[in-house]
Design a protein around this ligand. Structure first.
Ligand code: HMG
Ligand code: MG
Length: 299
């Protein structure tokens, strides 16, 4: 019923840091990525090639991709909302990019300066060209379960946005609970809606924020439905600057603890990961919100 192995898609360097007010030095970001790789993570979302004014924390993306040693066999996806972002990804030698759509009208406007329909006109040429250039393209959908301005979101509405991106040539759909309002039955309903639109669980990842403390319960529900890729952020860092009520992502440590208990393989060294999050918390000036990091850190 549960998978034997889960792929952890680490978003700490991107989603984890993007909302931090004080700009983290590029050398610290590079070391963060190296430490995460040392801890056994194989997919590391490194940064975003977005407009630097929109996400000032990641304005150093090009420099980071230059100073970072990308290890053989590891995967370093980056966010690219549009063709300008793709140009930058190609010059930086990236082979895996991600577009990020909104399931709702209001968040499309706030996060992308586009209407719900207009966002597809931005993604279509981006995805088409990326695929033609031989890149892998992940499709995020945000506000899948609820939106701070519009309230609940119809599962079929969210699945429809995701299916449209997959039809463009994306290879994985990450379902984003941007503000952390999902609960387990709702997760099942959205996965069913995706399957009904032809996007099966083998091509779906889940991306939970832990605002309401539901991220692990939702992850377990997704695993029971057959999902095997889970997004998480070291130390539980995270939040979206354009969604006020969003807090940290599912902490990678919390996920690893649960997977260990379930006997599901993941390849991560928990002690090394906790050390990394404690080190990063030192740079950010406040303790990690992860319960597992707290429990495993001596006084
Ligand atoms: P816009 O202002 O509509 O852009 O922003 P535009 O297309 O009109 O272009 C205006 C200027 O920006 C032009 O420069 C472009 O070259 C430049 P000018 O000709 O005026 O000198 N520009 C760029 N520069 C650098 N890199 C680029 C780029 N694109 C245009 N890629 C845009 C539209 C999409 C660019 C903007 O809204 C944006 O950057 N948004 C990003 C917001 C963001 O990063 N949000 C956080 C990530 S999403 C998230 O966290 C959710 C997720 O975790 C899942 C979940 O939790 O749900 C993924
Ligand atoms: Mg997110």
């Amino acid at each position: 019923e549960l998978p034997e192995r889960v792929e952890i898609y680490e978003v700490g360097p991107r989603d984890g840091l993007q909302n931090e007010q004080n700009v983290v030095p590029v050398a610290v970001k590079a070391e963060f990525l190296d430490r995460l790789a040392d801890a056994g993570l194989r997919t590391l979302e490194a940064t975003s090639l977005v407009h630097p004014k929109w996400v000032p924390q990641l304005a150093d993306a090009a420099e980071l991709l230059q100073v970072l040693t990308r290890r053989e066999g590891l995967d370093y996806p980056v966010l690219t909302p549009n063709e300008r972002g793709l140009d930058r990804a190609l010059s930086a030698g990236c082979d895996h990019v991600a577009v990020f759509a909104s399931a709702t009208e209001t968040f499309a406007k706030r996060n992308l300066n586009r209407t719900l329909d207009e966002q597809f006109a931005m993604f279509e040429p981006t995805v088409t060209r990326a695929v033609r250039e031989g890149l892998r393209v992940r499709a995020y959908v945000s506000m899948v379960f609820g939106d701070p301005w519009e309230g609940g979101v119809d599962p079929d509405q969210a699945a429809g946005v995701g299916a449209r991106l997959m039809e463009m040539g994306c290879d994985q759909l990450s379902l984003g609970d941007t503000i952390g309002v999902a609960t387990p039955a709702h997760v099942g309903a959205v996965l069913d809606a995706c399957a009904a639109r032809g996007v099966g669980v083998d091509r779906v990842a889940v991306h939970f924020h832990d605002t309401y403390g539901q991220a692990l319960a939702n992850t377990l529900a997704a695993l029971r439905h057959g999902v095997t890729t889970v997004d998480a952020s070291a130390g539980g860092l995270g939040g979206c600057p354009y969604a006020g009520s969003a807090t940290g992502n599912l902490a990678t440590e919390d996920l690893v603890w649960m997977l260990d208990g379930l006997g599901i393989a993941h390849g991560v060294d928990l002690a090394a990961l906790v050390d990394t999050s404690v080190w990063m918390a030192g740079h950010l000036g406040r303790p990690s919100p992860s319960r597992v990091v707290t429990a495993l850190t001596p006084e």
